[in-house]
Write a new protein. Structure first.
Length: 143
């Protein structure tokens, strides 16, 4: 009989990105309250962290855990849903087409209408429970 070499999701959730602290041996990651990190004499940041809004140990641990849980190569965490939405929309080019839900958070259609549509993004607002409407809104890219 062949043994399965898999880890249950629940076990992975407990252990993902939870390496013991090398200094203290703590199994739960400490909350890092620092906004800035030590700089070496040559101006580099040996810990890999410079400013907490750019990156910090807690967010890195969260992203590592999420990537492991989702089976991805990496993950990115944002401070809010709107920050994530903005990041995704900024990957698009004028003329690209977005199918957006009618019942999205208020800020999402506002962002699409006031910033991205004038910039040239094409947006179809659709009732996502209406399969025919979603199919009609999806277009094949021709360029």
């Amino acid at each position: 009989m062949k043994m399965r070499n898999t880890v249950r999701f629940e076990t992975m959730a407990v252990h993902a990105a939870a390496d013991p602290d090398p200094r203290t041996g703590a199994l739960a990651a400490a909350i890092q309250m620092s906004t800035t990190f030590e700089r070496a004499a040559d101006g580099t940041f040996p810990s890999g962290f410079a400013y907490t809004r750019d990156a910090n140990p807690n967010r890195k641990a969260l992203e590592t855990a999420m990537a492991a849980l989702e089976g991805g190569a990496s993950a990115v965490a944002f401070a809010s849903g709107m920050a994530a939405t903005m990041a995704v929309m900024q990957t698009l080019a004028p003329g690209d087409h977005v199918v957006a839900p009618l019942d999205a958070y208020f800020g999402t259609p506002k962002l699409l209408r006031e910033l991205f549509m004038p910039w040239g993004l094409e947006v179809s607002f659709v009732d996502m429970t209406d399969v025919a409407a979603v199919r009609a809104a999806i277009r094949t890219r021709t360029r």
